[in-house]
Design a protein around this ligand. Sequence first.
Ligand code: PEP
Ligand code: MN
Length: 423
Amino acid sequence: MRRFPCRPAETGAPAHERCFADQVLGRRLDEALARPAAQQPSWPAPERAGAVIEQLQRADPIVVPAETAQLADQLASVARGEAFLLQGGDCAETFVDNTEAHLHANLQVLSRMSAELTHAAGMPVVTVARMAGQYAKPRSNAVDASGLPVYRGDIINSAEPTAEARTPDPQRMLRAHAHSAGAMRVIRGVRASGVYISHEMLLLEYERAGLWADACGPGARLTSGLAHFLWIGERTRQLDGAHVAFAELISNPIGLKLGPSVTPELAVEYVERLDPHATPGRLTLVSRMGHDRVRDVLPPIVEKVTASGHQVVWQCDPMHGNTRNSRNGFKTRHFDHVVDEIAGFFDVHRGLGTHPGGIHVEVTGEDVTECLGGTSGIAEHELPTRYRTACDPRLNAEQSIELASCVAELLAARRTGVQARSR
Ligand code: PEP
Ligand code: MN
């Protein structure tokens, strides 16, 4: 087990105890990863993947625990109702688009959204980018419409529609790591960009290779050096599966996507597993119910989780429950449905007296035509003009800023409502 270097005074325990702790952590990790894991690639030559993993285990971390701990503190404020969380970026990052221009455009749109929200919320906004590692995609089908193995993200195969390009290639994990490190350098170079990085914790052998023993505090813990924040997706949240068991073992703040089939009882089971010490903000529950269901499905979940005493971050993903196919064959979302799901999320929290803690959105600073509607009224026939996403449709820069001003109105209304009630 690799350890982050600590100054001697911060080293919690004598060397023999640290070694024992590492063995215990290693064993728990083996047990977690022996569970069934959904959405993993089958590499054609597994021994080649093994060699890549060995190299990755020697790679430098992309983030350091002090930053991750700072995010955990800020998410605790969100959970207590004292801050708002904005998370966003590409659905799928790609190697070819990992350019300074693209990263800057996405950082800029996040920063403009954040400024709008900060002003309206009257509280700090914590900004987390889907960036510097969002390379693995869960898919609903194993093959695409032409019968080829489906694209699973640049960390696994290529989107190019040939059998060869779609064959999983473990070398891509090294490229993904190098691209992530490069993106992080760009982010750090933007002075005061102030964003944290996040991605879906999907490809477990890669995620494991990015773990470090963080012994800088009391007791050794595992921390991911790959991102500050990791989330478990809707397709990999099986209670007896490897993803949940893996997330239990790491100290980074964790997100969990919740679709409309989640019952309040199941939500509480997740919370007890993933936030066993009832740490405010340790767990972010990301509801993605669909605009027509959020008002019915979410309230009993929020009620039951709140009654359990855990202080989670409630975050709304208004994208993934609102995806549909246009008549001309594009996967798209309508801006109005995105806004309506967020409005429903705010209604639910207003009704229950809980904090609508944040939003999780797929956005880009580029002028793409992937989602319908918004001020410029993108119509179905315009989708092919600049439809560039590698996976799900993103709001373009204009739609993203417009969304931020809709959310700002909801935040401002909530604030004046709260003030009116407390007078
Ligand atoms: C995603 O965030 O890109 C995603 C696949 O979401 P979900 O797991 O909620 O479907
Ligand atoms: Mn997506």
